[in-house]
Design a binder for this molecule. Structure first.
Ligand SMILES: [Fe+2]
Ligand SMILES: [Fe+2]
Length: 151
């Protein structure tokens, strides 16, 4: 059973970044399955560590794009990525605790799913909109001067 589906509404218009988002969504589905069998803690930890690695690599690639197309959005966007990574770093020791609450894996999955959906649709879409306006929206200057909308 798939818990999160890739759809066009998640597309930021950069194929490399879309592919990374789609891979993260696949890992979220793996996470949901692993959370449904919490007795297999090693699988859960493996999926979580894959997700962390993919998210960190994706964030770097994405920040490089944001730096180019919408530098004024970078500080906030990077801050959101950092907050996420530090939150997720707390998950591994929490899972390792023998007496962790039985619902913890499922709660982690719900946090990750909501975070990625909200982040892609809210924060990532800001640079996606800038890409569309800057490069194929027509009408505006593409020289990076102050002719674009103010923040
Ligand atoms: Fe992203
Ligand atoms: Fe992002």
């Amino acid at each position: 059973m798939r818990h999160v589906e890739w759809s066009n509404r998640f597309s930021v218009g950069v194929s490399e970044l879309d592919a990374q988002h789609a891979r993260i969504i696949e890992l979220l589905n793996d996470m949901a399955e692993a959370a449904a069998c919490p007795e297999d803690g090693s699988r859960l930890r493996a999926v979580l560590s894959g997700l962390k690695a993919h998210a960190a690599a994706h964030f770097s690639a994405e920040e490089a794009v944001v730096r180019q197309v919408a530098p004024e959005l970078l500080a906030f966007h990077q801050g959101e990525h950092l907050k996420f990574l530090s939150r997720v770093r707390e998950f591994t020791p929490a899972l390792d605790a023998d007496d962790h609450p039985p619902m913890l894996p499922l709660e982690m999955f719900h946090f990750l799913k909501s975070w990625f959906e909200d982040h892609i649709l809210g924060v990532d879409m800001q640079y996606a909109a800038r890409l569309r306006h800057g490069f194929d929206g027509g009408g505006g200057s593409a020289t990076g001067t102050d002719s674009g909308p103010a923040e």
